[in-house]
Design a protein around this ligand. Sequence first.
Ligand SMILES: Cc1cc2nc3c(=O)[nH]c(=O)nc-3n(C[C@H](O)[C@H](O)[C@H](O)COP(=O)(O)O)c2cc1C
Length: 275
Amino acid sequence: MSKIRANSIPALEFQLDPPPLSLSELYHENTKLYPLTVQQMMPSGNFSAADLQAMSRAYKQYPSLPRVKLPPIESLPQNGRTFDEVISSRRSVRDFADLELDLDELSQILHQSYGITGELPGKGGFRQDLRSAPSAGALYPAEIYIAVRKVAGVEPGIYHYNVPHHEIELLIPGDPTEKILEVCCGQEYVRQTSIVVLISGVLARTKLKYGERGYRYALLDIGHLGQNLYLSCASLELAVMTTCGFFDDEANKLLRIDGVDEAVMYVAFIGKRRA
Ligand SMILES: Cc1cc2nc3c(=O)[nH]c(=O)nc-3n(C[C@H](O)[C@H](O)[C@H](O)COP(=O)(O)O)c2cc1C
């Protein structure tokens, strides 16, 4: 029985021949819910309501880093575009103008994509924050990082979105263009974007409650977030384009995350549209 050798793809090395295994089929089959496996697949019974509420507020924060406060949502101008107009104008736009975004625009994009929009009072005085995107069990596994090339009043660098404070925290100062180009397989769009958004999944957040099936939920959550990002950009008439073309390990290394408990899942280029 021979091993398929894939020097640079360690995950494939264990595949046996014959029969070749599809990792995705194996995963899908083994994470299906059946009446007899509900308890095993979803170990949520082990958590109290207080545990679950604490888990839903497990925001990642970098308290010692320099930060930029984002304009509060209530202060942002309304553009009056209807939901129908926004939905029907949503497109992946690849013509970036290499111009600055306003801080208001960045604030709106982050809030509308994944900001706090409500709360659910819980037992014992606990308060559960609810966000603009739905999330399995309200556990919100995603974290948002923003590579800022051109935003008015913001130093270029790679930032993390601090959700409860609605601010961005400077992880890596300096022009991120070359680093992001390397991560994004040299896609030249990077040189015209204002920001590149990298969304990670903190997989343990969802898997703690839902076990292996939780990986599916994290991807679904991030898909919802991604659509919000697109719609927010459509409402601001900005160019946005998501890409699967990024090197996972380089992206994780850049953001100083381990690629196991937390891993980059989604990348989007955003900027002003070229007229
Ligand atoms: C997960 C995902 C990955 C994508 N990756 C790329 C990409 O690498 N390059 C690209 O030009 N477009 C990419 N797109 C955009 C799609 O090509 C686009 O959504 C599709 O053609 C439909 O067009 P629309 O978004 O303008 O409606 C991606 C879209 C999704 C959802």
